[in-house]
Ligand binder design. Sequence first.
Ligand SMILES: [Zn+2]
Length: 321
Amino acid sequence: MLVSREFDTAFAGVLGLLIGSFLNVVIYRIPVMMYREWLAEAVANLMSSKDVPSLWSMAFDPKVMAPAGLEAAADKAAKVLEAQPPFDLARPASRCGACGHKIRWYENIPVLSYAALRGRCGACKTAISLRYPLVELITGGLFALCAWRFGITPSGALWAAFGALLVCQFLIDFDTQFLPDSLNYPLLWLGLIGAAMGWTGVSLSSAVWGAVFGYLSLWLVYHAFRLVTGKEGMGYGDFKLLAALGVWLGADYLIAIILVSSLVGAVIGVTLRVAGKLAHRDIPIAFGPFLAGAGLICLVAGPQVVKQWIPFAFPLGALIH
Ligand SMILES: [Zn+2]
């Protein structure tokens, strides 16, 4: 069946709006799920069902005793955790953060519901953040762009997933200063599969070296910065994200990604300052949003166009391919 490019683009755009609505859930819930996992793991490792004293003596000097009451407190905490209702991407159903009003299906239609409700909760009229429809619109736009450029093909689907995962990492890191592994690793693996299958247009060797040098370069900067200043400027999530971007775009793009991400950082910094938001943030902005932003710019402009913008950022291009 012959379906026009315009139809494919519109179809992907609508699909992107719906996926964008789901990404809003991902952006809000993945950090909460991650925090819960950390607590559950910590408690499980301290419970009396484990041999905590011998674990303690293996980890530290035998004279260093485990503080009294640790296991009893962990047992108590485990009971509290067990009593919690399930929390994942599907459960519980979405509710208004202010009044607990359960969001009905017709209040959850991407962009349209926000417009129909004039950006307010249907029950308590508390303002809903403009970010929700914006994430939907951006994801819809990215999906439409990928379908326009690649058609509804494995390449188009992969690059759309690349865009969706970067939108999540951008906002999660902006909100929490964390880049969850549960999104970084799928991004990395998908890019490797795409390179191996020839769907991303990057050779497998360039993708692998992109991961290696992407990770290593920030790892070196991190440790050099820590040696000199005694402070930690980034986190391991940043290394993994640059490794993933190296996989998707190829090792020869790493310098360009760093340059574009500095530009993204400058734009975000100036925007926040103008909006008067920076003064209220006691935590510095993480590096992850800049990296994710650079990946999104490369996706939207097209990697080849980025090469034309800043040709000097590709000194090793011929060596790596
Ligand atoms: Zn409400």
